[in-house]
Write a new protein. Structure first.
Length: 202
């Protein structure tokens, strides 16, 4: 009987600890997923702002506000680059998903055109011909970048839903294991003990 009690206690402890560990890591994963989706959303915003800032700067040529507009464009470009580096060098290694990798390859073709065109403007801000050509490149690639980034966000959401379903299945498994353990304690520990006490009274 003592062995049964000890075994039940060990099993119960393992169930509780395992459940808490899995729950803890799932909370961290959900937080990370939310952060990544937020980063991807910001990249969409930066690509749109990049086009807008370049357009405003182009219209501000030969005016007092040109330097300020170019400063806005430069800051957006830097944020855009940082966001892209984070996603490609940190996020992809963490997820290791082939579908996601394929989507990012498509996305990076648009990003590269946006980056090259933006860099060309910043390296020679007074070259009007280059400015117009680069602005056209930015405009031509913005929509492709947005669409590909939307696909990436959808893939993240799909992956997150799969993980949530797996967690729900594990929770059901834990509940089933807990119920079986309860039955074990009831039929092999509590009832036998109660039966012995009844016999001793008789």
């Amino acid at each position: 009987m003592k062995k049964k009690v000890t075994l039940s206690f060990i099993l119960f402890t393992l169930l509780v600890v395992s459940n808490q560990i899995i729950f803890h890591f799932d909370i961290k994963r959900q937080s990370y997923d939310a952060e990544i989706i937020n980063k991807a959303g910001k990249q969409r915003m930066y690509s749109q702002k990049l086009t807008k800032d370049a357009f405003f700067a182009s219209n501000a040529k030969n005016t007092d506000s040109f330097e300020d507009k170019m400063l806005d464009f430069r800051e957006t470009y830097q944020d855009f680059k940082i966001g892209n580096y984070y996603i490609n060098n940190i996020v992809l290694k963490f997820y290791n998903n082939q579908d996601l990798n394929d989507l990012y390859k498509e996305n990076q073709s648009y990003y590269k055109n946006l980056e090259d065109a933006s860099s060309a403007i910043l390296n020679d801000i007074h070259n009007d011909t280059l400015f117009v050509k680069s602005l056209k490149t930015i405009r031509d690639n913005e929509n492709g970048f947005l669409v590909s980034m939307d696909k990436i966000v959808e893939e993240y959401q799909k992956m997150s839903e799969i993980k949530v379903n797996k967690l729900q299945q594990m929770q059901l498994l834990f509940h089933a294991a807990s119920f079986l353990l309860l039955l074990y304690v009831l039929f092999f520990i509590i009832i036998p003990i109660f039966g012995r006490e009844t016999k001793s009274i008789v």
